[in-house]
Design a protein around this ligand. Structure first.
Ligand code: DLL
Length: 431
């Protein structure tokens, strides 16, 4: 059995719009009646539930931001009585703010559905053995993909992250066919499999990797090393967890589960809604969630939305790979630096995505060191050749970002691998 739901995933675009409109009208009423924090925001913005008559009216509603979550912590945005909520999930967030999201059983059922669709789009069926190596517990990765895999009817291995030796033992012994984890952990597992000569013992055919930024080059490397097709999956705790959007076989962006989440792209500086195809911050509205029904949540994630025909037949809008965050901008020596800009320089130069940006402040001046691993085939280079590469990279970074960074090429695997999300920025400045 396959969990593909063509009646929703391939719904004609105008029908989906009508469906979203009905859901939004109901959801705004639910929030107005049950979330006084948001009702106050609506009153301040001079909007009433009756002003929302279709999905085209979404722009009239006020945004919810991380600051709102902080202010309303812990129960201020809860949309149901505590007795009706059955679960929390949480994240520390990139800025250290704790986010606590709530779920009713209905919310968990729809979340499982979203993750099951993601697994099905990657070719999984009930015949598969799905190894879930995202963290379990407060992090949404493990519980989300676990629920999706159950819904699909697949045999599920709830491994959580870490304990790499045990991961590989189960992967081989139980013939896992689908792997779910962060792309950086997938790459680490792939390297370990290669080194331990286990390649012909693994039966993986697909991987569903998300929760952090990764590039197409990294995808190719993982696919090659593991002999699989690697799919991207996106989501965030505030909105539900993994499964907000997922890739299909075309691998040209992630289809959004639009029957549960309405997406908009805005200018992150002005909040203005931008036309489809523009690059900007993606904003989500939960159309069906009961316990944590965020409306117009500003994700800070930068991407592009598209609504072209897809060869897989799905009509759901797609979001591109993330192109950075509007809040991960570093200010180094007064210059705005996005880590993704540096990553692009490194990858275009043919290096791996295993890098770290180390920022220090000495004598009131910021310094940036870019540490990046050499590819194994470059490792035998002479010291002189390595120095030349470092100099070339330094120039490229200076040309693109306008700042002088020390570039240090280190041995393959010298940068500590993470079992969850990769740690790319070490900011030692005391500000
Ligand atoms: O990372 C949920 C998740 C788990 C998604 C497993 C996919 C797989 P949070 O910890 O709340 O939730 O972090 C959410 O992670 O706003 C993005 O900045 C980033 N992120 C998530 N998926 C991707 C992705 C989970 N596919 C934050 N590519 C989001 C790039 C991603 N960044």
């Amino acid at each position: 059995m396959n969990y593909y739901q063509p009646q929703i995933e391939c719904m004609p675009k105008d029908e989906m719009k009508k469906h979203q409109s009905e859901l939004l009208i109901r959801q705004v009423r639910h929030v107005w009646d049950n979330v006084s924090y948001y009702k106050d925001k609506m009153i301040k913005a001079n909007v009433k539930p009756d002003d929302i008559t279709s999905i085209d009216d979404l722009y009239k509603l006020p945004f919810v931001t991380k600051d709102d979550l902080r202010e309303a912590y812990p129960y201020g945005l809860l949309g149901v009585p505590i007795k009706d909520a059955v679960r929390i999930q949480s994240t520390s967030g990139t800025t250290g703010t704790r986010v606590v999201a709530f779920y009713t059983q209905h919310d968990i059922d729809l979340w499982d559905d979203c993750c099951a669709r993601a697994l099905a789009a990657a070719g999984s069926t009930k015949e598969d053995v799905v190894q879930v190596s995202y963290g379990y517990g407060l992090f949404t990765g493990g519980p989300g993909m676990n629920g999706g895999s159950h819904k699909l009817g697949s045999l599920t291995l709830p491994m959580s992250s870490g304990f790499t030796e045990r991961q590989l033992q189960f992967m081989c012994d139980l013939s896992a066919t689908v792997l779910c984890c962060t792309p950086s952990y997938a790459e680490y597992l792939a390297e370990t499999i290669e080194e331990s000569g286990l390649r012909n013992k693994i039966k993986l055919k697909a991987g569903i990797f998300g929760a952090e930024a990764w590039s197409n080059e990294m995808r190719r490397r993982i696919e090659e090393k593991l002999g699989i097709k690697a799919y991207d999956i996106y989501g965030l705790t505030e909105i539900t967890g993994p499964g907000v959007s997922f890739e299909c076989s075309e691998q040209t962006g992630m289809h959004i589960n639009e029957d549960h989440f309405a997406a908009e792209i805005i200018n992150p500086d002005t909040g203005e809604v931008l036309p489809i195809g523009s690059k900007g911050e993606i904003v989500f509205t939960c159309l069906t969630k009961q316990a944590f029904p965020l409306l117009r949540y500003r994700t800070r994630d930068i991407c592009i939305l598209s609504h072209n025909d897809c060869s897989c037949g799905r009509t759901l809008k797609k979001m591109s790979r993330l192109m950075g965050r509007s809040d991960d901008m570093l200010i180094i020596k007064g210059v705005n630096v996005f880590p993704s800009q540096i990553e692009t320089v490194l990858i275009e130069y043919g290096l791996s995505a295993n890098y770290q940006l180390v920022i220090d402040r000495k004598n009131h001046t910021d310094t940036l060191e870019v540490k990046v691993e050499l590819n194994p085939d470059m490792f035998s280079d002479t010291v002189r050749a390595v120095e030349t590469r470092e100099r070339e990279l330094r120039e490229k970074i200076k040309n693109i970002l306008g700042i002088d960074a020390k570039v240090t090429l280190v041995a393959p695997k010298a940068i500590t691998r993470s079992e969850g999300k990769a740690v790319r920025i070490i900011d030692n400045r005391e500000i």
